[in-house]
Design a protein around this ligand. Structure first.
Ligand SMILES: Cc1cc2nc3c(=O)[nH]c(=O)nc-3n(C[C@H](O)[C@H](O)[C@H](O)COP(=O)(O)O)c2cc1C
Length: 341
């Protein structure tokens, strides 16, 4: 029997956060606390993904979720990438890093779908697009509940038509990448609450709300607005169990960082993070083109982190980043869920 999101003891999902913050310990702790923790497959090899699922299962007997990036043809234009390379060169020199050559990469899509079918986590969520009806049916046959991240009513309709069991409605307040299906469309800025009410009114499937949720009052508001659960990412970035790197952690509590911006400068896809020197210098001139731009800037961003410099790397954060604090994931889940059941 697939999991019923309505039956979770606590209506809190710990958002998948690829690129470091998601760890087996974080996912297991959120699930053990009565919520639902996620394994993030993005950027991992399929073997590593399987290993992380096994590692998470070893830590908890509660339900877990996994999350995959849906691959799309890159929107990159070779001339624009070359121009961006030239612009990045001084920063690469500064960090003694190379600018990597972009190459086609579908994030091991088929192999990761096989891993999900083999390991049958209770939930699989997707971002950057919608899996085909065949893939959704295959996973559902294995007892996996399939959730698709959507950022607009049109995407919600497409996901429901493809057979999604649940929707993750991601508002513009969200930290990290927007899940927008079409990577060349600038994601919408309709606030989460109105997006949520439009989508809840239009579809019968359970809806999870995400974006800027950092307090119990936020969670109660989206539940009142028709969501079955709230998915929080930024709220867990400082958790003890999170793999958030030290530079990112430091910036999240540094009062010198005063705002978040939606930028394609780091990855070629729109994502929200703290405004820093990198976004100030490159946001206007960066081309679209994921994963190409992500690959190009990768060594440079890693070198900045190694140098302890928050101004040369992405510092993903949602609009509510000021409200977050550290502590155990269980305490963060309990604080978010206060008064919800
Ligand atoms: C550091 C970071 C990494 C993220 N990585 C993923 C990911 O791998 N897959 C995904 O579906 N969403 C990812 N997201 C987006 C979250 O699923 C969610 O939409 C977002 O965190 C909600 O907004 P909030 O950060 O304000 O809570 C990421 C968010 C952050 C902050």
């Amino acid at each position: 029997m697939p999991l019923h999101l309505q039956d979770l003891a606590i209506p809190i999902l710990g958002a998948p956060m690829a690129g470091g913050p998601s760890t087996p310990a974080l996912a297991a702790a959120v699930s053990d606390a009565g919520g639902l923790g996620f394994v993030a497959a993005g950027y991992l090899t399929a073997d590593k993904f399987a290993e992380v699922i096994a590692g998470t299962r070893a830590l908890t007997s509660a339900p877990i979720g996994v999350n995959l990036f849906v691959p799309q043809p890159s929107a990159a234009n070779a001339d624009e990438l070359e121009r961006y390379r030239d612009r990045l060169a001084p920063l690469a020199d500064h960090y003694g890093a190379e600018i990597a050559r972009p190459h086609p990469d579908d994030d091991a899509w088929q192999s990761k779908i096989d891993v999900v079918a083999d390991t049958a986590p209770e939930v699989a969520s997707f971002t950057f697009g919608c899996p085909t009806p065949e893939i959704i049916a295959r996973l559902r046959d294995r007892g996996v509940l399939v959730a698709v991240t959507v950022t607009s009513p049109d995407e919600a309709a497409a996901a429901v038509a493809a057979g999604a069991d649940a929707l993750v409605v991601q508002g513009p307040e969200a930290g990290g990448h927007r899940g927008t299906f079409d990577p060349v469309v600038r994601p919408g800025d309709e606030p989460l609450d109105s997006l949520l009410s439009a989508i809840v009114a239009a579809h019968d499937v359970p809806v999870i709300a995400a974006g800027g949720l950092s307090s119990a009052a936020d969670v109660r508001r989206v539940l009142h607005g028709g969501a079955v659960a709230a998915q929080a990412g930024t709220a867990f970035l400082l958790a003890e169990e999170a793999g958030t790197n030290a530079v990112h952690r430091g910036a999240l509590t540094d009062r010198n960082f005063t705002e978040t911006v939606v930028t394609r400068a780091f990855s070629g896809r729109y994502a929200r993070g703290l405004a820093n020197d990198f976004t100030a210098r490159y946001d206007d001139v960066a081309p679209l083109g994921y994963p190409d731009v992500n690959q190009m800037t990768g060594p440079l961003r890693r070198a900045a982190v190694a140098a302890g410099d928050p101004h040369g790397t992405n510092l993903w954060a949602g609009t509510a980043w000021r409200e977050i604090s550290g502590g155990s994931a269980a305490d963060i889940v309990a604080a978010l869920a206060e008064g919800t059941r």
